[in-house]
Design a binder for this molecule. Structure first.
Ligand code: CAA
Length: 286
């Protein structure tokens, strides 16, 4: 199961980071978005991130140029027919993800491994619409992908050992540390992270403290790199809301029920850093 060519479906926050990390590690990458506009936006994000990497001394400018040249953008799923591994990173919506995999299953040879970057949805359920349930796994990256060292590798009910081994080798070749988990909602990180983030919003709703003080308390009192409300803005309030909803549907546990303020912010388009405003406001410079 040698992997040299990688397909990435979706070039949003996660998809663009995954495409960048793969290209920086020498893989040829085909990344697909639904429109030319979204594709251009995603590829611009890759370039900005690589420039930041160059400025921070993490990669040489000729390496950045070479990595960028390894990425091909497309709006056609047909262009993913010849890759060895596909990593799906579209929005957290099961019917949409299943539709993407159903379409890819018709186009790709049986040897192509399918992976989903889902944060919370069932790998087994996604794999069920394909003819390759044994060569299907979860590969969950963290934002910002080029910086964060973890990949959660998720074994679906029918995923076989060689698929897990190929997934591990691939993730490690990107410089990531792998943890393995079963197909359980939220896997390891979001099982723990989501109730904490929702509690931070509840604390704000209840007037326990200002948003600045909630963030400063966690950042300085617990030595986290970001406070929870800043992290929510960073990950995306909409994304976290969809993750929480999916986990609530599975567990029926109120710890995963998104607070009303979060729902209102999603409906109002206050999605965090990417939309210019969430709990905080963001200028172009950040
Ligand atoms: N390429 C390579 N390296 C880069 C880079 C890039 N584009 N941009 C930054 N870096 C490196 C920097 O060189 C620096 O490295 P050193 O520590 O070796 O110097 C490091 O990354 C930190 O970068 P900065 O100094 O620019 O920025 P910072 O210190 O303000 O950190 C941050 C930014 C990494 C985002 C930090 O605030 C952080 O870790 N925040 C928490 C992020 C987090 O929790 N992510 C997980 C979210 S949950 C998720 O994603 C999953 C889900 O399902 C919801």
């Amino acid at each position: 199961m040698g992997i040299t060519r990688v397909g990435v479906v979706g070039c949003g926050l996660m998809g663009s980071g995954i495409a960048e990390a793969c290209a920086r590690s020498g893989y040829a990458v085909v990344v697909r978005e639904v429109s030319e506009e979204l594709l251009a936006k995603g590829l611009a994000r890759v370039e900005q991130s690589m420039q930041r990497g160059v400025q921070r001394g993490k990669l040489a400018s000729d390496e950045a140029r070479a990595a960028r040249a390894r990425i091909t953008g497309t709006t056609r799923l047909d262009d993913l027919a010849e890759v060895d591994l596909i990593i799906e990173a579209v929005v957290e919506n099961m019917p949409l993800k299943q539709e993407v995999f159903r379409e890819l299953d018709r186009r790709c040879p049986p040897s192509t491994i399918f992976a989903s970057n889902t944060s919370s949805l069932s790998i087994t359920e996604m794999a069920s619409v394909t003819s390759r349930r044994d060569r299907f796994l979860g590969m969950h990256f963290f934002n910002p992908v080029p910086v964060m060292k973890l990949v959660e590798l998720v074994r679906g009910l029918q995923t076989v050992d060689p698929t897990m081994t190929a997934g591990r080798r691939f993730a490690e070749s990107l410089g990531k540390t792998v943890v393995v988990c079963k197909d359980s909602p939220g896997f390891i990180v979001n099982f723990l992270l989501v109730p904490y983030l929702l509690d931070a919003v509840r604390a704000l709703e209840k007037g326990v403290a200002t948003k600045e003080d909630i963030d400063a308390a966690v950042q300085l009192g617990l030595a986290h790199p970001m406070g929870p409300l800043t992290l929510l803005d960073y990950v995306g309030i909409d994304t976290t809301y969809y993750i929480a909803e999916a986990m609530f549907q599975e567990f029926k546990d109120p710890r995963y029920a998104a607070p009303p303020l979060m729902k209102q912010m999603v409906l109002a388009g206050l999605h965090g850093r990417k939309s210019g405003r969430g709990f905080y406001e963001y200028t172009k410079e950040g």
